[in-house]
Design a protein around this ligand. Structure first.
Ligand code: MN
Length: 205
C-alpha cells in the first residue's frame, strides 16, 4: 500500500529535465559529450529527481521551480530547486553555431548603458566567475529597476532570490569543467563566450 501511494504521489508532482536544443556532442570541444553526459545526464537528473521527491507533502508541492527558489528557506528543497533552475537556464543558453558573437537589440543597448560596452561587461562577468571561491554561479541579471548587474551566487542560489531576473549564468562548480579543463577554470570560461545563444539571453529580459 505504501509503495502504491508513493508511486501515485511521484506521478502527481514531478519536475522535468529541459530538452537540449543541440546534440550531446555538438558543443565539443568547448563542452565535451562526456561533460554533458555527467553534468546534464547525471548531476541535473539527480537534482530533478531529488526535488520531485523532496517537495512531496510539503507546502511547495505544486509550485514552480522559480516560486520555490524565490522563497524556500535554506535547505535541501532550496538547494535542489536552485540547481534545477540554474542548470535549465544554463543548458538552454548555448548553441553550437551562434549566429552572432555578441548581443544585439535591447540586450546590447542595456549592456552598453550599464557596463559601457560589451568588452567591459565580458571582463566583469569573467572576473566574477573566476574569483568566485568554491562552488557557485556568476550571473548576468536584471534588477527590479531594470538595470543589468553581475551577481555572484554561492552553491545553488540564483538572483531570483533577490527579486532579480537571471539572464546568463556561468556554472563554476568543478563538475561543469573538470573533465575537459581540470583546474583551468579561466580557459573554460574564455571558451564559453563562443557558444552563447544571445537571442535566448535577450528573450529572458
Ligand atoms: Mn552544474
Amino acid at each position: 500500500m505504501n509503495v502504491l501511494l508513493t508511486t501515485i504521489t511521484s506521478l502527481i508532482m514531478t519536475y522535468s529535465m529541459p530538452t537540449l536544443p543541440y546534440a550531446k556532442d555538438a558543443l565539443a570541444p568547448i563542452i565535451s559529450q562526456e561533460t554533458i553526459d555527467f553534468h546534464y545526464g547525471k548531476h541535473l537528473q539527480t537534482y530533478v529527481n531529488n526535488l520531485s521527491a523532496l517537495v512531496s507533502g510539503t507546502p511547495f508541492e505544486g509550485k514552480t521551480v522559480e516560486e520555490i527558489v524565490a522563497v524556500a528557506p535554506d535547505g535541501a528543497i532550496f538547494n535542489n530547486a536552485g540547481q534545477v533552475l540554474n542548470h535549465t537556464l544554463y543548458f538552454l543558453q548555448f548553441t553550437p553555431q551562434p549566429e552572432q558573437n555578441q548581443p544585439t537589440g535591447k540586450l546590447a543597448e542595456a549592456i552598453q548603458r550599464d557596463f559601457g560596452n560589451f568588452e567591459n561587461f565580458k571582463d566583469e562577468m569573467t572576473q566574477a566567475a573566476t574569483s568566485l571561491f568554491g562552488s557557485g554561479w556568476a550571473w548576468l541579471a536584471m534588477n527590479k529597476d531594470g538595470k543589468l548587474v553581475i551577481v555572484k551566487e554561492p552553491n545553488g542560489s540564483n538572483p531570483i532570490r533577490q527579486g532579480m531576473k537571471p539572464l546568463l549564468g556561468f556554472d563554476v562548480w568543478e563538475h561543469a569543467y573538470y573533465l575537459d579543463y581540470q583546474n583551468r577554470r579561466t580557459d573554460h570560461l574564455a571558451n564559453l563566450w563562443k557558444i552563447i545563444d544571445w537571442k535566448v539571453v535577450e528573450n529572458r529580459m
